[in-house]
Design a binder for this molecule. Structure first.
Ligand code: ASP
Length: 581
């Protein structure tokens, strides 16, 4: 028997017991004739003491960091108790030990505060996984998944697997493709989501489906994106939007309660997309703090403000940053540089300081007198001691830039507490989005999302496409979209109309989605659902910025597995078999 207990288990009540432990050597400290070893496993750390004779034996069989050993011994009371360690009241007086396996010196220290850089730790991910911080994250992930599965089970859902080797599912990214050996020059696509299968399950009568499922999206590089990721995917029949939101709201609260002990009976706020854009400049607002956007009544053909730059703008938008009226020249310059970075793309930043004495000091003093500055400050609800930041320019770009500045100020002012969880629903998304580059309309969510019934008739009128709203919704948590879904189209003619609106002729629609259109001829129930990004959910609940930390074997930001060194070339024979040139 390798062990009677784990390294996290022994307490004062075990004193006097003969035990055996197995684990990894974390540290070895020798003091004359005594050697102390910290032994680690997934459950914790226990101190081992090798006295006299045993320390001599160690001289012949020295232990190194990360050696795997087994010890037998007696639990004794520890002289210098360690209150930081659950096992800190006791130690093991070792009577015998065996080295089960030696270890090379690890390339970085296996501690929470490690000296290993990102890439190095990814290359040796199996060692990185031994660190306590990672162990906690993967354990939290499991707990969230368990809470989620229990809930779905209680609600009568069936978990059903759907295939990975399929034909393209449009979720807006590129497909990863897999060449077929048996069918030369033909390819499978890996699913971007199980969207079509879950809808077909509804046709099949499985009215409550869910799945924890891997999805694959070949997207351009963006920090903290993984080409493969896990979704909680779900679909229900005979539901309207209200039913879906109610269920997922319950699930969200259940998870917070089970994993964080947070109980909050208040219903989640619901905000139409247009309101979110207006107030936060963004469809995934972080509502842990205010600092909302205010559109100032300048530019866009309005009466002249007396300041050219405003008058020539499509949008003049402001926020009031609380308590920042004392910002120095240096701080303001730094912020100006920040908004000028190419990612933000603004020409400059205008400010109005609302001084404690009721006066105003602004970078545009020349154009606006005290009264006018006061009026602007009041439009933004700024108080004495605040600073108003103003950006102006093209509408979409400026709104987005201001939304970023708001988040940046929220970070700077410590208003985005990772231990606070503020979720809301965003509803009433537009059905379409205009793709300026190619001048055509694309589905904002996906082509299977239904328009609001009162807007369905507009599908016949291109001029109205921009106004059509969808039965689509997102769940947003702390400024991140953690899930999205919709009530689907379930009638063949409407689905055909939708494909046509997206510029697909009948032939193309049949080629791509003939199976779906055909299924819609055989009694398809009204249905809808949503999917959550599970890795992201875990990272937010875990209070971490990075989804990678919550994935056992993640890819780096360039989509590479640096441990396996994948993707990699394949050999000539394999290429030939697959008919690849
Ligand atoms: N399939 C969608 C997605 O992956 C979610 C849904 O509409 O249920 O975003």
């Amino acid at each position: 028997m390798y062990r009677t207990h784990t390294c996290g288990e022994l307490r004062a009540e075990h004193i006097g017991t003969e035990i055996s432990l197995s684990g990894w050597v974390k540290t070895v400290r020798k003091f004359g004739s005594i050697t102390f070893v910290d032994l680690r496993d997934r459950y914790g750390i226990t101190q081992l003491s090798f006295y006299e004779e045993l320390t001599k034996q160690l001289d012949d069989n020295p232990l190194g960091r990360e050696y795997v050993i087994q010890v037998k011994g007696k639990v004794i009371e520890r002289e210098n108790k360690n209150p930081d360690l659950p096992t800190g009241d006791v130690e093991i007086e070792v009577t015998s030990f065996e080295i089960l396996n030696a270890s090379s010196t690890p390339p970085f220290t296996i501690e929470d505060e490690t000296d290993g850089g990102d890439e190095l730790r990814m290359q040796y991910r199996y060692l990185d996984l031994r660190r306590d911080t990672n162990r906690k994250k993967l354990t939290l992930r499991y707990e969230i998944s368990r809470a989620l599965r229990n809930f779905m089970h209680e609600q009568g859902f069936l978990e059903i697997e759907t295939p990975f080797l399929i034909k393209s599912t449009p979720e807006g990214a590129r497909d990863f493709v897999v060449p077929s050996r048996m069918h030369e020059n033909q390819f499978y696509a890996l699913p971007q989501s199980p969207q079509l299968f879950k809808q077909l399950l509804m046709v099949g009568g499985y009215d409550k489906y869910y799945q924890m499922v891997k999805c694959f999206r070949d997207e351009d590089l963006r920090a903290d994106r993984q080409p493969e990721f896990t979704q909680l995917d779900c679909e229900m029949s005979f539901v309207d939007q209200e039913d879906v939101l109610t269920l997922f709201e319950k699930l969200f609260k259940h998870i917070l309660k089970e994993t964080k002990g947070i109980e909050d009976a208040a219903p989640l706020q619901r905000m139409p997309f247009s309101e979110a854009m207006e107030r936060f400049g963004n469809d995934k607002p972080d509502i842990r703090f205010g600092m909302e956007l205010y559109t100032l009544p300048f530019g866009d053909g309005k009466a002249s403000s007396g300041f050219n730059v405003f008058d020539q703008s499509e949008l003049v938008v402001a926020i009031a940053a609380p308590g920042c009226a004392e910002y120095t020249r240096k701080q303001l310059d730094a912020l100006t540089d920040w908004v000028r970075r190419p990612q933000i793309g603004m020409n400059g930043l205008i400010y109005i300081k609302c001084n404690a004495d009721g006066s105003y000091k602004s970078s545009v003093d020349k154009f606006f007198n005290q009264e006018k500055l006061k009026a602007m400050a009041e439009q933004c609800n700024a108080k004495a001691g605040d600073i108003v930041f103003i950006l102006c320019g093209k509408d979409t770009l400026t709104r987005k830039a201001m939304s970023e500045l708001r988040l940046h100020m929220g970070d700077t002012l410590g208003m985005r507490n990772p231990e606070e969880f503020k979720a809301l629903w965003i509803t009433d998304f537009p059905l379409f989005e205009h793709d300026e580059e190619n001048d055509h309309w694309v589905a904002r969510h996906h082509p299977f999302t239904s328009p609001k019934p009162e807007h369905t008739a507009w599908l016949g009128d291109k001029d109205k496409y921009g106004d059509i709203l969808a039965n689509a919704y997102d769940l947003v948590l702390n400024g991140n979209e953690i899930g999205g879904g919709s009530i689907r189209i379930h009638k063949k003619d409407l689905q055909q109309q939708m494909f046509a609106a997206l510029g697909m002729d009948e032939k193309e629609a049949d080629e791509k989605f003939g199976f779906l259109l055909s299924a819609f001829e055989y009694g398809t129930p009204p249905h809808g659902g949503m999917a959550w990004g599970f890795d992201r959910l875990c990272s937010i609940i875990g209070g971490s910025e990075s989804i990678r930390d919550f994935i056992a074997f993640p890819k780096n930001n360039a989509g590479r597995d640096v441990m396996l060194d994948a993707p990699a070339a394949i050999d000539a024979k394999q290429r030939e078999e697959l008919g690849l040139k």
